[in-house]
Design a protein around this ligand. Structure first.
Ligand SMILES: C[S@@+](CC[C@H](N)C(=O)[O-])C[C@H]1O[C@@H](n2cnc3c(N)ncnc32)[C@H](O)[C@@H]1O
Length: 251
């Protein structure tokens, strides 16, 4: 079941990949969210080995390269994204793998200083295995940072000046996004509660170092915030965090 969903998601990500080139990439953590320049979650990455989960078009790895990371590794489900990332990184010799984050693919263990993921973790169909694998890739004391939709934000709608909860936050289930990005692509996604992310990190062996429910980035200070019920809207993001970021450490 899960492997069939991953297989179908791969086909769909290949169709929609071009919509995501550099869209959610460092220094940005996500739509309207505070940036790495505002938050400084990474600290020094010079000469550090980094691995990105769901590396997409490679823009965040490129950012890491500019910051002096010594090794750039990336995993993404989509062949199209990996192709784009190879072009993006070119002479930087990133080690890029087209594979599901849920699967053991022989990446080195106890090797990375940082594993990070920008708006990709929530696409996993198996959060528990994904976090355990990420934990295994890190050196002791290594850091895992990820950003994703705030699990409550994903349920918020706005209408007539009010923001309300749509559907049950408590139901964790697989949903299908049909015609994603207006394309002939259906994507499976599992919604999860905030506590599920925290508990799965703890079960994988992480110590949680920082949890951020992001404010809107200063970059949007001058933007109008008309009421809108678009999934990502500045109106909603100014009233409830659209993005969460979590920094966890391998004990
Ligand atoms: C919103 S994009 C994030 C893009 C990325 N941060 C960037 O800078 O381009 C989500 C990415 O997750 C990848 N993805 C989705 N499901 C995945 C899975 N199960 N394993 C690995 N990557 C996955 C998609 O192919 C896509 O590139």
């Amino acid at each position: 079941m899960v492997s069939e969903q991953i297989k179908r998601n791969r086909q769909s990500w290949n169709v929609v990949a071009h919509h995501f080139h550099g869209v959610d990439a460092l220094p940005r953590y996500g739509p309207f969210a505070q940036t790495e320049e505002e938050l400084g979650l990474f600290g020094e990455v010079k000469d550090k080995k980094v691995l990105e989960i769901g590396c997409g078009s490679g823009h965040s790895l490129h950012y890491m390269r500019e910051k002096g990371a010594s090794e750039l590794w990336g995993v993404d489900l989509s062949d199209e994204q990996i192709k784009a990332a190879k072009e993006m990184l070119q002479e930087a010799e990133g080690k890029l793998f087209c594979a599901p984050m849920e699967e053991e693919i022989g990446l080195p263990k106890e090797y990375f200083d940082y594993v990070y993921s920008i708006y990709a973790i929530g696409w996993t169909m198996d959060l528990s295995s994904t976090f355990k694998l990420i934990h295994s890739y890190l050196k002791k004391g290594g850091v895992f940072i990820f950003s994703w939709d705030h699990p409550v934000y994903a349920h918020l709608k706005s209408q007539n000046g009010r923001i309300y909860l749509d559907n049950s936050y408590l139901k964790e289930e697989v949903q299908i996004y049909e015609n994603f990005k207006g394309e002939n692509a259906s994507l499976f996604i599992r919604n999860r509660m905030f506590s599920t992310y925290i508990n799965e990190l703890i079960h994988a062996g992480f110590a949680i170092d920082k949890v951020i429910e992001s404010d809107v980035s200063k970059d949007h200070d001058s933007m109008d915030e008309e009421e809108s019920d678009r999934y990502y809207s500045l109106y909603k993001a100014r009233r409830f965090p659209a993005t969460m970021m979590i920094r966890a450490v391998k004990k």
